[in-house]
Design a protein around this ligand. Structure first.
Ligand SMILES: [Zn+2]
Ligand SMILES: [Zn+2]
Length: 321
């Protein structure tokens, strides 16, 4: 399962109801802040997520509405020192601008308040953990080095408690070993093979996040069959010329991509204050009914084939401050 909390859902400039781009994707103890528009730190507080373990930031691209919040966030960390390490992943162009912001404006010769790493990403796997990966894929927008991110749980075989009961498996650390494909020897000498307690292989949950983007033609393979696609919808179709000019999508284009790629649930963000939310929603739903126009502080749990809206309060307790 992945959880996602939207912190800022406005395009280009904040509105009364929407902050600038930012969201957190959570998987077990891992938290990834995707983009950090101005004002993100206050949204983090208001969401109840807090700053703990918020030590990995993925940047979609270097436009100011996606990165300016890093300056304030770092400035707060300089006072509170709540984290030991901060990793910021981005394309080279974004990192150059972030480096200017952090080293030229915020730090100005001072030492970073933590082990600060700016990590250049290229298309491919950028994060590989025991049970999930993150893959960056190129996205066409204004400026070079823009990326989308695909979060994928690895295929796994579920532990079957009824089988364990049949074998009278005593309580102990066995379960984890078996799930990881290792045979175990019990205190009574019996050897248990993973096959004895594991079910059929099950594909994991997959979600894709695409920031600002102006073309969808090469995106379908990258987001094929995902359980949730989070993508911008800055314009409505009546203004498709503007969308083209500024390399953004219309709600209809985002919905057409969802159909073409067979995604299960479409979440639209980067919403312009020039439209009413319900009009954006109606335009997309006419093509792809399972669409949500997300708002600040909306939170979802995405599991294989299902996407459930939850209160941010309900986000896994071990992920709270
Ligand atoms: Zn933007
Ligand atoms: Zn942009």
């Amino acid at each position: 399962m992945f959880e996602i909390v939207f912190l800022g859902t406005s395009a280009s400039a904040p509105s009364v109801h929407r902050g600038l781009s930012s969201q957190v994707v959570i998987h077990d103890e891992f938290r990834f802040l995707i983009d950090c528009g101005e004002g993100t730190q206050r949204q983090i507080l208001q969401s109840g997520l807090g700053f703990k373990r918020l030590n990995r930031v993925l940047i979609t691209h270097g436009h100011l509405d996606h990165i300016l919040g890093l300056a304030g966030l770092l400035s707060t960390f300089m006072r509170w020192e709540t984290i030991d390490k901060l990793e910021i992943y981005g394309g080279q162009w974004a990192l150059d601008r972030i480096s200017d912001l952090i080293y030229g404006i915020v730090l100005r010769g001072a030492k970073p308040p933590m082990d600060l790493q700016l990590l250049q990403i290229k298309a491919g796997v950028i994060f590989d953990e025991d049970d999930f990966t993150i893959t960056a894929f190129p996205v066409w927008h204004r400026g070079p080095d823009c990326f989308g991110f695909l979060f994928e749980e690895k295929t796994r075989r579920p532990f079957l408690p009824e089988k364990a009961e049949e074998l009278a498996l005593p309580p102990g650390p066995w379960r984890r070993e078996l799930v990881n494909g290792k045979s175990i020897t019990l205190p009574d000498g019996r050897i248990i093979q993973p096959e004895q307690v594991l079910g059929e292989e099950r594909p994991g949950t997959r979600i894709a996040h695409v920031g600002d983007v102006g073309r969808t033609d090469e995106l379908a393979p990258a987001v094929q069959d995902v359980d949730a696609l989070i993508i911008e919808a800055t314009y409505m179709h009546e203004e498709i010329d503007m969308a083209d000019q500024f390399a953004h999508l219309t709600a209809r284009q985002a919905a057409e991509l969802a159909v073409a790629a067979g995604v299960k649930c479409l979440m639209l963000t980067h919403i312009s204050r020039r439209y009413r939310e319900r009009d954006v929603l109606a335009e997309a739903q006419a093509i792809f009914p399972n669409t949500i126009v997300v708002r600040d502080f909306d939170a979802f749990q995405v599991k294989r084939g299902e996407c459930v809206k939850v209160e941010p309060v309900k986000i896994s307790q071990n992920n709270k401050e």
